[in-house]
Write a protein that binds this ligand. Structure first.
Ligand code: ZN
Length: 274
C-alpha cells in the first residue's frame, strides 16, 4: 500500500506544557491564564473547507475542550473524528513532571472519547497523545477504552518504507514519519517547521516523492495556519499561502499515485489483509 493520511490536531492555541500542571496552557494567551481556542477554531474551519472543496479525506485528533469550543461541531462533517486528550494532558509526565495514576489516565481518555461521541455523534477509533507523549501503560488504557489505533509515535522511513504495525497492546500504530532532507538533515512529517517558517513546501514534496510503501501520516495543528510560536498571529495572506501549500502537497501525492485515506480507512485495509 502507498497511502497518505492527512491528520489535524485540533487543540488549544499554541499549546505548551506547564511544569506541575496537568492541563496545557496557550503560549499566545499567556501561560498563567485560561487557554484560548480562537485560532484553533478558525484554522479548523479553514482547513475543513479546503479539504472538503478538494474532496481530500482527513482525520482530526480533537482535544475535548477544543472540540467543545468550536462554534459549530458540523465544521468537522466529512472528516474522521478521533481523540487527543481532554485538556491536552501530558499523559506520561515527561513534560509536566506529573505522573498520573492509572485511574486518572483512564478518566482523561474516557472523557476525551465522550467529548467526541457527544459532539460529533461518531464513535472514535483513533488516539493521538498530546505532545506525542506515549508509553506502554497509556497504550494499554487507550485500548481498554475501545480505540483500535494510535498515531503518537514517530518512526524513520527506511528505504522509502514505513508501515503501520500491530502493537502488543492490541492497537494498530500509524507512526508519523521521519526522513532526511536534501542536506541530510532530519525532517518530520509534522508540518510544524513549515508553519514556523523554517522549511519550504518543497521539502515536504520531496519527502512525499521518496515515500514508496506504507502509510505516510502527515500532521498539522489547526491553530498553526493562524499563528506561530515564533511570530504570533499571521495575516490572511500568510494563512492562505499555508492552506494552499497543504492543498498542493495533498494534490501532489494524489497525482503521484498515493491513495489519500483517513486513518480508519487505512486500518480497514489492514484488517482486510492488504
Ligand atoms: Zn496537541
Amino acid at each position: 500500500m502507498r497511502v497518505l493520511a492527512f491528520t489535524i490536531d485540533l487543540d488549544r492555541d499554541c499549546n505548551t506544557a506547564v511544569r506541575g500542571e496537568t492541563a496545557a496552557a496557550s503560549r499566545s494567551c499567556g501561560v498563567m491564564t485560561a487557554p484560548c481556542h480562537d485560532a484553533s477554531s478558525q484554522g479548523m474551519e479553514l482547513l475543513a473547507d479546503m479539504l472538503r472543496s478538494m474532496a481530500f479525506p482527513a482525520t482530526v485528533f480533537s482535544e475535548g475542550d477544543s472540540l467543545r469550543s468550536l462554534p459549530e461541531p458540523s465544521l468537522l462533517r466529512g472528516l474522521e473524528p478521533a481523540c487527543h486528550g481532554m485538556e491536552h494532558e501530558d499523559l506520561t509526565g515527561e513534560s509536566t513532571g506529573i505522573m498520573l495514576e492509572d485511574d486518572q489516565l483512564a478518566d482523561i481518555i474516557a472523557r476525551s472519547w465522550d467529548a467526541v461521541v457527544s459532539t460529533t455523534g461518531a464513535v472514535p477509533r483513533g488516539f493521538r497523545a498530546p505532545y506525542l507523549n506515549i508509553d506502554p501503560r497509556v497504550l494499554g488504557l487507550v485500548r481498554e477504552q475501545g480505540f483500535s489505533y494510535d498515531s503518537s509515535m514517530t518512526e524513520e522511513v527506511v528505504n522509502g518504507a514505513l508501515k503501520p504495525h500491530f502493537l502488543p497492546q492490541g492497537l494498530w500504530e500509524f507512526p508519523l514519519a521521519r526522513d532526511t532532507d536534501a542536506d541530510g538533515k532530519v525532517i518530520d512529517s509534522y508540518l510544524w517547521a513549515m508553519h514556523e517558517g523554517r522549511r519550504p513546501e518543497s521539502d515536504y514534496i520531496r519527502m512525499i516523492d521518496r515515500f514508496q510503501e506504507g502509510v505516510l501520516v502527515m500532521a498539522t495543528h489547526s491553530w498553526h495556519v493562524m499563528e506561530s510560536v515564533r511570530g504570533g498571529a499571521k495575516d490572511s495572506r500568510q494563512t492562505s499561502a499555508e492552506l494552499d501549500a497543504i492543498s498542493r502537497m495533498l494534490g501532489h501525492a494524489q497525482d503521484s499515485g498515493f491513495e489519500l485515506l483517513t486513518l480508519s480507512a487505512a486500518e480497514d485495509l489492514l484488517n482486510a489483509g492488504r
